[in-house]
Design a binder for this molecule. Sequence first.
Ligand SMILES: Cc1cc2nc3c(=O)[nH]c(=O)nc-3n(C[C@H](O)[C@H](O)[C@H](O)COP(=O)(O)OP(=O)(O)OC[C@H]3O[C@@H](n4cnc5c(N)ncnc54)[C@H](O)[C@@H]3O)c2cc1C
Length: 610
Amino acid sequence: MNLESKILKQKTMAELLRGGQFLVTETTCEDVFTPEDFSEEQTMMKEAVQEFNDREIIPHKNRFENKDYALTEEVMRKAGELGFLGVSVPEAYGGMGMGFVSTMLTCDYISSGTGSFSTAFGAHTGIGTMPITLYGTEAQKQKYVPKLASGEWFGSYCLTEPGAGSDANSGKTVAVLSEDGKSYKISGQKMWISNAGFCNVMIVFARIEDDKNITGFIVEYDAANPNGITLGEEEHKLGIRASSTRQVFYSDTVVPAENMLSERGNGFKIAMNALNVGRIKLAAACLDSQRRVTTEAVKYATARKQFKTSISEFGAIKLKLAEMTTNTYVGESASYRAAKNIEDRITMREAAGNTHQEAELKGVEEYAIECSILKVAVSEDMQACADEGIQIFGGMGFSEETTMESAWRDARIARIYEGTNEINRLLSVGMLVKKAMKGHVDLLGPATAVGEELLGIPSFDTPDYSKLFAEEKSILANLKKVFLMVAGGAIQKFGADLEEHQQLLTAASNILIEVYMAESALLRTEKNAKRNGEDSQKHQIAMTQLYLYNAVEIVLKNAKEGIISFAEGDEQRMMLMGLKRFTKYATYPNVIALRKQIAEKVSEENKYCF
Ligand SMILES: Cc1cc2nc3c(=O)[nH]c(=O)nc-3n(C[C@H](O)[C@H](O)[C@H](O)COP(=O)(O)OP(=O)(O)OC[C@H]3O[C@@H](n4cnc5c(N)ncnc54)[C@H](O)[C@@H]3O)c2cc1C
């Protein structure tokens, strides 16, 4: 489809929701993209990637677990030959120039074999290549991107230092300009660098003089001519064992001045924007692992007999299978919803005259809140999924012989890199507040309305909840009010000092996350129910109801903690009453029956089947 016809099918920029606006605007199911909306081209891409994963990665699981770094490099090269490293790279630089949804599905379906490969893939295609495609000059892009897209060269991203982790702008690596102004000499130490052992290009962040912000550089690395670069030994890690992770030392490494990325002092911005893209892709990279772990767990539970019964027949196991399946479905729903929002915004910006580079940068930046939400939610769901997977396998789950053990170890890193989950939780709310201050998202109006509602007399009418999700939608709208009540109250109380109140911000973020995830699942299911009939979606409806029920419990706990921390006396009582009202069901779903229904469906299909 060409650009023009794509645009015809889409909304105008003003109509497309801005990042974070989901909280204050009602989104209809027609407005969201779902995995069931994949185009023919996207489906073909998905199948090609799945086939690659099944052929090149999964059968070699043991070699990856035994730290066969050479295999990671070899498979990366094969991925390059098939074009997978260049899915999001514009055709002008040797890539496939596919949209953001295709990029996401590549990260998704290539990732379930081993976290080692998905880390190498993510570090290369995301933070190793994107800074150049997004911020490079034409000459830099021509020189580096085609080689990175084809897998002739590999990239790494060198931001973290021993003293600068989450506080990424505090690095001590320096870049000193030569007297003739033609080059910089970089000196310093980086650590935890993925792909360091086999990369040819490093995106290195260093400080020039006493600049407030760091600067990005493209640094070539050739082991035969190291130019002052030495690598530490491979780190011995809990998981992702065949992903190369090393320290990198720079001693007067000469870098041509034209290899500066963007402008002096722009490095922190580059680093953060690269991480935004990295975060949503990392969420995608956890999805197929969840599918696969769930499938393995279902198969084992069906085959394993204790007390002359398949353990899948036991309610305690059904509970786990249902939660694993549900969280996977919800993660998919939210990831592809956000991916399409990003893709649409990029398309619209291009249509409005932005270059692809500018459009992509702004498109992803716009949904940075959703990127953080997804990174946190899906990485934690993956961890929980693998944990319960081990439990379902019992003693065998603890054995290296089964896939559960490595899935659990590999999942652990996703909560740490691309910004820890603590940092991303703080960021999600912090960015939303900033957007509100800039007038990009109107939080004040809706928050004031919630305040008035709290003071008013509640309606005792019984609404008509007979239509699909009528009650769930009303609850979701109420959960949004809970966020506005807690966040609005906190802003009023602490103003600019709010960032000092991290526990409160974390509680607010937990509410925000649940709202986005639950709403995404609801809209996906509703969309599919409308086009295929409710009967075809009965398990998806059950999953949506189960997730929302769990979300309400999480919101209740977090909001209560938050309110008690900043409100007192009558104000506290009023808010707690409001919370009770906003989290109340007219008819509670029978979640035990829902879990049974979901677990029995996956057991019958003997796999994750949604
Ligand atoms: C396997 C692996 C691969 C990696 N790959 C790369 C790579 O390719 N390139 C790269 O540059 N980096 C990479 N990293 C580094 C990674 O991004 C950092 O480990 C991460 O950002 C956290 O930094 P840190 O380890 O210094 O922890 P710290 O920043 O010291 O954090 C420790 C704890 O304190 C919390 N914390 C810190 N600051 C705050 C705060 N302000 N408020 C609340 N809590 C806070 C954190 O959330 C965390 O729980 C990798 C790390 C690993 C383990």
